[in-house]
Write a protein that binds this ligand. Structure first.
Ligand SMILES: Cc1ncc(COP(=O)(O)O)c(C=O)c1O
Length: 377
């Protein structure tokens, strides 16, 4: 089944005797036992809920995983994954990472005895240098956030598995439509389902998708034990959003490529970071390991004043955190997604007062260009 069919038909509800096309919202905390020691398969919604299960099976199918677990946010998913590790374990993470993941590693995981080294994971030699006998996880984003660096997932997975290290990839930006990290050798895929999967800026959700059955069972136990489970209504919204994933991503991606090329010609824009530009250092690798480039781009303006003026003056595009919804959003990583990173580290990574990140939506491309042009004047 191809992705545009799978988003609709990969999973058929088995709990739906009415034939309703839409997946029912099983808004029930608990389930009746048919008899002593008997179960319908559902006992209590923390351990299993039919609507959530449908969402989990759907994302597992799209990511080619053996199973998935759904959480109330992407950060809840990453937080639970960190419970696989024990004090003394070492983590290698990409140095250009979503700020919330850095906040988790540096403030919470560290308290649990986990050490994180941040390296440029687009350079496999840098990963090799950072390996220690205690390294248990390599945590990747591809492309990275917000500088859009691309790392070679298959090569990193080979290196990691030679050392019994788990590879987790945050696939939020590309979605399972454009890239399947598990097929490239990764062990765990993370999604902020809040973004492209749900797709309408109207719900928070998170997912872990796993290849190996043992890891899945360990995570399933942790999921029901710690209790950060996606609600039935949000699971329904996630399923509904996924139905149009491929259409939305196609349209946003077309807009993003056109905007990236156009922005590159504007006098007030110094540099555009978009993996779909042939001049991008990760262009060839992206073509090899993904079926598209996605709809996230960043750009540096000629001054901080231009960046701030753009944020203040856009009318259709909205100045807001988050990404992956149908509406185009402009983000100031320095003040929003990456505000907690110490200034000298942030600036050294290119996240300065001239950098803006754009999540390109599905609006008319002419309107988006006009909006940016007016905001740059
Ligand atoms: C790449 C990426 N991963 C994870 C997250 C966290 O997801 P959530 O906001 O759903 O907790 C975000 C949020 O912006 C993100 O951009």
């Amino acid at each position: 089944m191809k992705p545009s069919t799978a988003v609709l038909h990969a999973v058929r509800g088995k709990n739906n005797p009415t034939g309703a096309i839409a997946v029912p919202i099983f808004q029930s905390a608990t389930f009746v036992h048919p008899g002593a020691g008997e179960s319908t398969g559902y006992d209590y919604s923390r351990s299993g809920n039919p609507t959530r299960e449908h969402a989990e099976k759907l994302v597992a199918a799209l990511e080619h995983g053996s199973g998935a677990l759904a959480f109330p946010s992407g950060m809840a998913a990453t937080t639970l994954m960190m419970e696989l590790f024990k004090p003394g374990d070492h983590i290698i993470a990409t140095d250009d990472l979503y700020g919330g993941s850095i906040r988790l590693f540096d403030n919470v995981s560290i308290k649990n005895g986990l050490r994180t080294s941040y390296v440029d994971t687009s350079n496999i030699g840098a990963i090799e240098t950072a390996l220690t006998a205690d390294t248990k996880l390599i945590f990747l984003e591809s492309p990275t956030n917000p500088m859009m660096k691309v790392c070679d997932i298959a090569a990193i997975a080979t290196l990691a598995h030679n050392h019994n290290i788990i590879v987790a990839v945050d696939n939020t930006f590309l979605t399972p439509y454009l890239c399947n990290p598990l097929d490239l050798g990764a062990d765990i895929v993370i999604h902020s389902g809040t973004k492209y999967l749900a797709g309408h800026n109207d719900t928070l959700a998170g997912l872990l998708v796993v290849k190996d059955g043992d890891i899945l069972e360990r995570l399933r136990f942790l999921h029901k034990t710690t209790g950060a489970v996606l609600s039935p209504f949000d699971a329904y919204l996630l399923i509904r959003g996924i139905k149009t994933l491929t259409l939305r991503v196609d349209r946003s991606q077309d807009n993003a490529l056109e905007l990236a090329k156009w922005l590159s010609t504007q006098s007030k824009i110094r540099k555009v970071y978009y993996t779909g530009l042939e001049t991008h250092p990760g262009y060839e690798l992206s073509r090899k390991q993904a079926r598209g480039f996605g709809a996230m781009l960043s750009f540096s303006t000629d001054s901080a004043d231009t960046a701030k003026a753009m944020l203040n003056k856009v009318k259709i595009i909205q100045y807001a955190e988050s990404l992956g919804g149908v509406e185009s959003l402009l983000t100031y990583p320095m003040l929003q997604t990456h505000a907690d990173i110490p200034e000298e580290i942030r600036v050294a990574r290119g996240i300065d007062d001239c950098l803006l990140r754009m999540s390109v939506g599905i609006e008319d491309i002419g309107d988006l260009k006009d909006d940016l042009l007016n905001a740059m004047r």
